[in-house]
Design a protein around this ligand. Structure first.
Ligand SMILES: [Zn+2]
Length: 361
């Protein structure tokens, strides 16, 4: 490892330079992980953590960085004017955004590895966009503009617009991001109808985003590996620019393509599936690290270089994504080492009577 003086001499490559030379890892999924760590209310999902527990947010960024995330994405998801109005804390909007950006910048500029990370400003689905109401569209544009403005002022290297389920809202987000002059990543999150809510197909939306100047275009959130991959294949074929793939970590199905409608009986023995899983009881549908690793490997082999995980992400899964595409990251030091396991280990010091007991354990 190099010291900070030497590191300051290492040139910080741009996002596109990094993507042109190999995989770039981006951890998303802050909402679920911060909630699990006890610093956010599920359902309401407002990222007050940057003001109320900045140390917890910084820790999560550092954990993701240790696991191999090249991008430190400021946690401003849902930290927009509409959401802050909804909870009666509109006056905290700008402080919340600036605090989240400053924390991300602090982590990005003190990397564990040799090269500084990229700090990303973030805008996302407004949830008020209405394709039949131009007044809401203007409101959304204003929300995007103010958040992008703060991100630029706080030193963002790139911008990420994500989780859009209206095509036109994604176009608007990209238009606003492009005005900043920063490299722009834009990812969409079609819901269970497998089409954008304003009727544009998934692939056509991505094609248009490329035409509008998206540097990286792709999909994030709502869909697990199984129901995102078919579209990624089409998108990769249709686009020339770099493509992004950041699924949720749950076992979505053709019947339930997104995590919103996944059913599980939560331990109840009655025959009727209960729809009580989203968002607090998805755990039984969690993908293993190997499923996430396979997804990343498959996506990378298609030519998708911008890889990560969205809701359900944790540092272990980020490390798995990184390692699946051939990277060694700081947390690789702690990847599983079954050779020393007390039953399944292969080490000669593991007693034979323990090794022989494996099938009955
Ligand atoms: Zn997500």
């Amino acid at each position: 490892m190099i010291n900070s003086k030497e590191r300051s001499k290492v040139k910080k490559r741009s996002l596109i330079e990094r993507l042109n030379s190999g995989p770039v890892i981006c951890a998303e999924g802050f909402l679920f992980e911060i909630e699990k760590r006890g610093y956010m209310s599920s359902g309401e999902f407002v990222p007050m953590v940057s003001l109320e527990h900045p140390e917890a947010l910084e820790n999560l960024h550092r954990d993701f960085q240790h696991a191999g995330s090249d991008i430190v994405q400021a946690f401003t998801y849902n930290g927009h004017r509409e959401k802050m109005k909804l909870i009666g804390k509109e006056k905290l909007l700008e402080p919340l955004n600036r605090a989240a950006l400053k924390i991300a910048k602090k982590v990005a500029t003190s990397p564990i590895g040799n090269e500084p990370n990229l700090m990303a400003g973030n805008i996302s689905n407004s949830n008020i966009w209405n394709n039949k109401d131009s007044k809401t569209q203007l409101e959304v544009e204003k929300m995007f503009s103010e958040m992008v403005g703060w991100a630029v002022e706080e030193g963002a290297d790139i911008l990420i617009g994500e989780t859009f389920y209206y095509a036109e809202e994604a176009y608007k987000a990209l238009e606003v991001m492009k005005k900043s002059g920063l490299p722009s990543v834009i990812t969409i999150a079609p819901m269970g109808e497998n089409i954008m809510r304003d009727g544009v197909s998934i692939v056509d939306t991505c094609k248009e985003l490329e035409q509008l100047g998206g540097d990286v275009v792709g999909m994030n959130c709502f869909r697990g590996p199984n129901t995102m991959m078919p579209y990624l294949k089409e998108i990769r074929k249709a686009l020339k620019c770099h493509v992004a793939a950041l699924p949720i970590t749950y076992r979505t199905t053709e019947k339930d393509p997104t995590f919103f409608n996944l059913t599980d009986n939560n331990g109840c023995t009655c025959a009727t599936p209960h729809r009580t899983t989203f968002p607090t009881a998805l755990d039984p549908m969690q993908c293993s690290r190997y499923e996430i690793g396979k997804f990343a490997k498959d996506a990378y082999s298609l030519g998708i270089n911008y890889l990560g995980v969205c809701c359900g992400a944790n540092p272990m899964l980020i490390r798995e994504v990184a390692e699946s595409v051939g990277l060694k990251v700081p947390a690789s030091k702690y990847r599983e080492n079954m050779s020393h396991h007390f039953i399944y280990g292969t080490h000669k010091k593991i007693p034979k009577h323990m090794k022989d007991y494996g099938d009955k354990a």
